[in-house]
Ligand binder design. Structure first.
Ligand SMILES: [Zn+2]
Length: 210
């Protein structure tokens, strides 16, 4: 197994193995940071990333760029974006480049981007007291699955289908895809405000277009 280590072993839902290839991020990778930062700032303004919750990913080269496990999206730093060079969903194993471990929801992100060749980015955020969301107003995964698990990744892909509308992972949080991180984030915030009956314009106004 070499230097394989399990991600965040305290998290019962995380069962995949992540192997660090090296710390030298690919050429051009640094240019992604502003995109992640703008997205993080936007969702943080809407209180969507409490207590290190939430994770984002986007396609890069032959793999995906993703936020690190435990990254504080409220104060995102460059080292918080790492590169998953390869992922075998069936083997529950991934190989990454960077100084930090990839998000505990890496399988979720990888599988969604596999299921949705039309999408370039995936955003997952929290902050939905279940009681706030009117039942039946948004598509939701049929049942709750442990976070970080393949089951959660699969049921989320199934629920998303081919739609661009955000969905809820039951008792957990929102997921949306987009052509960019910001587009996915805007879809979530816009839907969230609609569900809470708040004026949409107010929320979207300060989002930078990227
Ligand atoms: Zn989550």
């Amino acid at each position: 197994m070499g230097n394989a280590e399990e991600l965040m072993p305290g998290y019962t839902g995380v069962k995949f193995v992540s192997i660090q290839l090296n710390e030298d991020l690919p050429k051009g990778f640094a240019a992604l940071f502003p995109l992640f930062k703008a997205c993080a700032d936007f969702v943080a303004e809407h209180d969507m990333v409490p207590q290190n919750a939430g994770n984002f990913s986007m396609r890069f080269a032959d793999g995906i760029a993703i936020t690190a496990a435990g990254a504080n999206l409220d104060m995102l730093e460059e080292k918080d974006i790492i590169y998953i060079a390869h992922c075998s969903v069936s083997e529950m194993k991934l190989k990454f480049i960077g100084t930090r471990n990839p998000s505990s929801e890496s399988l979720l992100h990888y599988l969604i981007l596999q299921c949705r060749p039309d999408a370039n980015a995936v955003v997952h955020v929290h902050n939905i007291p279940a009681s706030d969301i009117p039942v039946g107003k948004i598509r939701e995964t049929e049942k709750e699955e442990p976070y970080g698990s393949l089951k959660l990744a699969q049921i989320t892909c199934d629920t998303l289908g081919t739609s661009d509308e955000p969905i809820l992972m039951k008792h957990h949080g929102y997921v949306a895809v987009g052509s960019s991180l910001m587009e996915a984030a805007k879809r979530i915030i816009s839907t969230h405000l609609e569900l809470l009956n708040k004026p949409k314009k107010e929320i979207i106004r300060d989002a930078k277009t990227l």
